[in-house]
Design a protein around this ligand. Sequence first.
Ligand code: NPQ
Ligand code: MG
Length: 383
Amino acid sequence: MKITGVELRTIRMPLKTPFETSFGVEEDRVAVLVRVVGTVPGRGEHPVEVQGWGECVAMEMPLYSSEYADAAADVLRRFLVPRLLAESAAGRDVTAELVEPLLEPIIGHRMAKAAVEMAVLDAQLRGSGQSLAAFFGATRSSVPSGVSVGIQPSIPALLDVVGDYLAQGYVRIKLKIKPGWDVAPVEAVREHFGELILLQVDANAAYTLADARVLRQLDAFDLLLIEQPLPEDDIRQHAELAKLITTPICLDESVVSVRAAADAIAMRACQVINIKAGRVGGYLNARRIHDLCRANGIPVWCGGMLETGLGRAANAALSALPGFTLPGDISASDRFYDQDITEPFVLDDGRIQVPTGPGLGVTPIRDVLDQVTVATEWLQATD
Ligand code: NPQ
Ligand code: MG
């Protein structure tokens, strides 16, 4: 496509209830949206205008990873978008496949890069009429839906929340854990809901190898996996921990690229991988990690970053690939939001429908989007 301009839009969406993890409590979701506007060759002599949406999953504060929303907006504005605009101004076609190589000189900022690539991919698929799921090579029309349960003020409160999600139909429960909120909540949930529910935990890097004794106590509860027990750059120590516990280790934060995924597999640092497109620089790398894991017999599942309907649509499409053999953190929109910026994703018999329309298959609802917007800027080539 030829890019005419790019809109950056920062939004702030209130969460239905605060979401507590080992790194803090979030009350709002701040996100940067990228809207790419351009043209593709039409059937006749006139080019056809297209637009595409991307969502940057960086949080308001750098608590999950080093990226954060204002930094993402800054690097997009000053370094990433100008490179795409310059490429287009030079008369060269910009495709989603070219975004990563074009942005490669800029180090890091994977979530910001992923948002640009997502917007270009959405625009190009809308132009050709293909759905994101078809583009990925999806093999399913709906995906099983899991839910991530924040740290609660008490065990009875936790049992209430988990019971409510199970009643809604969620097929897998993930408990957020941290030192002091680990063995007891897991034991209580197993005791109360039985052996049959699919249960896993996520530490968001809150432990060290010295905590192996506590983590080994979780072995008694038949968990599907323990996600990211140790810090992001501790891949080797995850391999050490794997020798000390029987619960399968799943990496999230540590897997920042296709190379990191290959390293973690080769070092036996994980038996499962959580794939998040933002964390690995985009949906094309997410698909590459899926392929790598599938070839190596490593089950994968799709993580969640409290996405709006835009990111949720893309995650649903990605999760419809055959290697996603575990339920992902793709919940219904109303898990986090009273009002989503797109038509809401709903739970249907414990599953989320994969959109079938061109590109993402969903578009923001103008009025709702405007209500949550806190800043907008338009970037275009200057000559
Ligand atoms: C995870 N997500 O898998 C995360 C991290 C996370 C669904 O558990 C605001 C925005 C708050 C993004 C809290 C889930 C967040 C966030 C946690 C992402 O590790
Ligand atoms: Mg995680």
